[in-house]
Design a binder for this molecule. Structure first.
Ligand code: A3P
Length: 302
């Protein structure tokens, strides 16, 4: 499939436009999926992995797949990330079917990825009492990572300049909407549903501790040597060189990794290299307003 993807003579991909769906900014190709997403029927043993884009989705996907396969590397290298754990609301991109079609072809138990804010997730996941893992990343690093991703990913709306993007992020006018509403929405529901809420910064600080939380949440019992193996194989350096996890198979017309690599820096605090002093002040003041009502707190550095 990867060869077919590389060889397939795709036309240059036209950049998506931003549309508003139920008050949330989304890339326009989602419209073709929307009916199917709303009607999606979950199974009770489905596991949902949810994130705001660029918060560490691929990282937690790899961790979960390694846990479910009890550290068996060969099994985890059976296919690239998005085939092992399809992306619910993703459109068809020949030769790949849509996320919905890929999920329909899976044998349960299924693991499914979404970037949807809590209120747009198909109700069926909660009616079936499915488990979900949410990973959140501090807003400043998330903003920087998303900017570089939007520059290289042709399937996303044009990010414009760094300064333009900065303002779009603050106003939630980028794909999957406001970071602030996203992290808050999932936080508010985390104790009402079976949701494990993790932080990218905690995962960087002590990956073994956070991986053990996931193991516990998934009701698995793995020996320490397997846990260590999972920690090693899900580190940034190893995943960066793993063709089944680094999105290198996606053709340049879609992911132009010469502009920016998918596995870019994998760090906490890179925002310091990009936000100007003035932007940082504006950001902090705006952040205080938007997050004032929350007990949720993030670390911008370790
Ligand atoms: P940067 O752009 O800051 O490097 P997503 O998978 O949600 O699209 O997130 C991608 C971000 O997570 C990128 O951040 C990427 O480098 C980082 N990432 C991916 N795998 C990682 C890992 N194993 N450890 C730390 N960061 C990782």
């Amino acid at each position: 499939m990867e060869d077919a993807m590389k060889e397939c003579s795709l036309q240059p991909v036209k950049r998506a436009k931003l549309i508003q769906v139920e008050g949330v900014a989304l890339p326009d190709w989602i419209l073709d999926m929307w009916e199917g997403v709303k009607k999606f029927q979950a199974y009770p043993d489905d596991l949902l992995i949810a994130t705001y884009p660029k918060a560490g989705t691929t990282w937690i996907q790899e961790i979960v797949d390694m846990i479910l396969n009890e550290g068996d590397l060969e099994k985890c290298q059976r296919a690239p990330t998005h085939e092992r754990i399809p992306f619910l609301e993703c459109n068809e991109m020949p030769p790949y079917p849509s996320g919905l079609d890929m999920i329909a072809a899976m044998t349960p138990p299924r693991v499914i990825k979404t970037h949807l804010p809590f209120q747009l997730v198909p109700q069926s996941f909660w009616e079936q009492d499915c488990k979900a893992i949410y990973v959140a990343r501090n807003a400043k690093d998330n903003l920087v990572s998303f900017f570089f991703f939007d520059k290289m990913c042709r399937d996303q709306p044009d990010p414009g300049t760094w300064d333009e993007y900065f303002w779009k992020f603050l106003s939630g006018q980028i794909s999957w909407g406001s970071w602030y509403d996203h992290v808050k929405g999932w936080w508010k529901h985390k104790d009402k549903q079976r949701i494990l809420y993790l932080f990218y910064e905690d995962m960087k600080e002590d990956p073994k501790r956070e991986i053990k939380k996931v193991i516990h949440f998934l009701e698995k019992d793995l020996p320490d040597e397997v846990v260590n193996k999972i920690v090693y194989h899900t580190s940034f350096e190893i995943m960066k060189n793993n063709p089944m996890a680094n999105y290198s198979f996606v053709p340049d017309q879609v992911f132009n990794q010469s502009v920016s690599q998918f596995m870019r820096k994998g760090a906490v605090g890179d925002w310091k290299n990009h936000l100007t002093v003035a932007q940082n002040e504006i950001f902090d003041a705006d952040y205080r307003d938007k997050m004032a009502d929350m007990t949720l707190s993030f670390r911008n550095e370790l």
